[in-house]
Design a protein around this ligand. Structure first.
Ligand SMILES: [Zn+2]
Length: 245
């Protein structure tokens, strides 16, 4: 662990109970670290993990780092105040998105083991930046190994049985209305996304379905709520409900 203190933080009002994962989205680790420590930039994260597995600590966990921006999850809008932010070095969609190397993910798993020894952070509150800001953000993106992370004990993953083809009807998409759209929006809102049920399948619904797919159905991110997307959403909700009982 390399200490690289950033001046960009303030005090928390309450202990963290959420972890938000990001990619740096810059051409190099050096550029990202410089920016996250630049007082003018007013951004930071608690940790940065380089592609070789080197971990940098920029802000103490007890302090509030500035990584999430305008965000929302389950009624919470001060995501910086509620979370620990981890930046994972990757050029991202803008500069050449690529696989996260095993050394980097191993370092992340060990860091999460460590963080969760100190703070009470449930699996269903380990999220991507795109989950808490679906209309602005795409990170850590569809190459991030959420399924593997869950195997190693962090975050949620489900592999539900799928209904036979055709049983669930065509995918929901922009302009659709009706009970199917209402149920979809309700379920996304119940999971934690910033959406209210009612109204048509609009741009906001599509952004949130896209964010959901980036995290929980990364093989096909088209923003259309097909049967697999909906079955995975229902299975996750059931899982979270069981965890919370
Ligand atoms: Zn981010």
């Amino acid at each position: 662990m390399i200490e690289l203190p950033s001046p960009n933080f303030n005090e928390r009002a309450s202990p963290p109970d959420m972890i938000v994962l990001h990619y740096t989205g810059m051409e190099s680790a050096k550029l990202a670290l410089d920016r996250l420590c630049d007082p003018e930039a007013k951004v930071s994260a608690h940790y940065v993990i380089d592609e070789d597995g080197t971990v940098y600590r920029l802000v103490a966990e007890a302090r509030r780092a500035w990584h999430a921006g305008v965000s929302f999850w389950k009624g919470e809008t001060d995501i910086n105040g509620a979370s620990i932010g981890i930046e994972i070095v990757n050029p991202g969609h803008e500069f050449g998105y690529r696989d996260f190397p095993p050394e980097q993910i191993e370092a992340l798993v060990l860091l999460l083991d460590d963080i969760r020894d100190r703070w009470d952070i449930p699996d269903h509150r380990i999220l991507g930046h795109s989950d808490v800001a679906p209309e602005r953000k795409e990170d850590p993106g569809e190459l991030f190994p959420w399924a593997y992370l869950a195997q190693r004990g962090h975050g949620l993953w489900v592999e539900p049985d799928l209904p036979p083809q055709g049983v669930m009807g065509p995918p929901l998409d922009i302009g659709d209305v009706g009970l199917g759209v209402f149920s979809l929006q309700s379920a996304l809102g119940k999971l934690g996304y910033n959406i209210l049920a009612g109204g048509p399948y609009d741009d906001q619904t599509k952004s949130i379905v896209t964010a959901f797919q980036r995290h929980w159905r990364p093989e096909n991110i088209d923003g259309r709520a097909d049967a697999e997307t909906r079955v995975r959403l229902m299975a996750l909700l059931r899982h979270v409900t069981l965890l919370m009982e």
